[in-house]
Write a new protein. Structure first.
Length: 303
């Protein structure tokens, strides 16, 4: 048991420490810049005819689409931050989920820029409509995430002095640390598997049909949110061992519902997709706001 605790502490320090986070940020920035330049180069080589790509996607038709690639690596770093904050704060952990889905929407905007048709019939062209929906959704999501973090307890952001934790809370944080460590290899394997499958289906599959290729915006993240739902359920069940507060149980249950709604959005297209994402974040924001009011009411009652 002691060796297991020592090993987990060592792994946590190596993989999820502040210094590792800082190094990861620098590496991701460098990779994002290099990938952006390489994507631009590939687009120009295809345009000049020096590189022949049969049935290439919209990502190789317009230089603006090259922004899609560095955003993908930024999303990878956001996934790491989500795991990093899991043991530290439930609300920041959920907030990172909302940041990820917002960045996916923004990334989709960059991808769809090449498909815009600047005509007088803007609202009758499907691609133009989706672009408009995504722009409005980005503003709404950005604002709701701001409110979500404002409603988060200040102590979770380190704004207050360090606070003492009860033994039960310390044990719960230990459970979250173990889950965080397990998520790193799971997400790494999932990312490799998803990207490899997409490459095969897009460029090497004999039965490659344009309509049959999985949407590039769904690669990895469809399965990613499925894993998050399972993790959230485990956290909810574990929380019953460490707290009997009704509002905390409802808050954690509400966050699971919010994650499920985000997961469901990957299975639909168009306006309903955008609306479901906005509703998911709005639901999480409402749950947190009610939870805080409940806490405040209980505090006044005890006083």
């Amino acid at each position: 048991m002691i060796k297991f605790k020592q090993l987990s502490a060592l792994l946590f320090e190596r993989l999820l420490s502040e210094s590792t986070k800082a190094k990861g940020e620098r590496i991701i920035v460098i990779i994002a810049i290099v990938s952006f330049l390489l994507h631009l180069l590939l687009i120009f080589l295809v345009e000049l005819g020096w590189v022949q790509v049969t049935g290439y996607s919209d990502l190789l038709k317009n230089p603006i689409s090259a922004i899609y690639t560095p955003f993908s690596f930024i999303l990878v770093y956001e996934v790491y931050l989500l795991v990093y904050y899991l043991p530290k704060s439930t609300t920041i952990y959920v907030g990172k989920q909302y940041e990820i889905i917002t960045l996916i929407v923004i990334r989709r905007i960059f991808k769809d820029l090449s498909k815009l048709e600047f005509t007088e019939n803007w609202f009758s062209v499907q691609n133009d409509l989706q672009f408009t929906y995504d722009l409005l959704a980005t503003l709404a999501l950005f604002f709701m995430i701001l409110l979500f973090y404002r409603l988060s307890p200040a102590k979770e952001y380190g704004k207050n002095e360090p606070f003492s934790m009860s033994p039960r809370l310390v044990s719960f944080v230990g459970v979250k640390k173990i889950l965080a460590l397990l998520l790193i290899p799971v997400f790494f394997i999932l990312a490799i598997q998803s990207f490899s499958h997409w490459i095969y289906e897009s460029f090497f599959s004999i039965s490659n049909l344009v309509d049959g290729i999985k949407d590039v915006n769904k690669i990895f993240f469809d399965d990613f949110f499925t894993v998050l739902i399972l993790v959230d359920v485990l956290l909810l069940l574990a929380s019953f061992l460490y707290t009997d507060k009704f509002n905390s149980v409802i808050r954690n249950s509400g966050f699971i519902i919010s994650t499920i709604l985000i997961k469901l959005s990957f299975g639909i297209e168009g306006l309903l997709n955008t609306l479901l994402i906005v509703v998911a974040v709005l639901f999480g924001l409402a749950i947190l706001a009610i939870h805080n009011q409940y806490d405040k009411l209980q505090g006044e009652t005890r006083a």
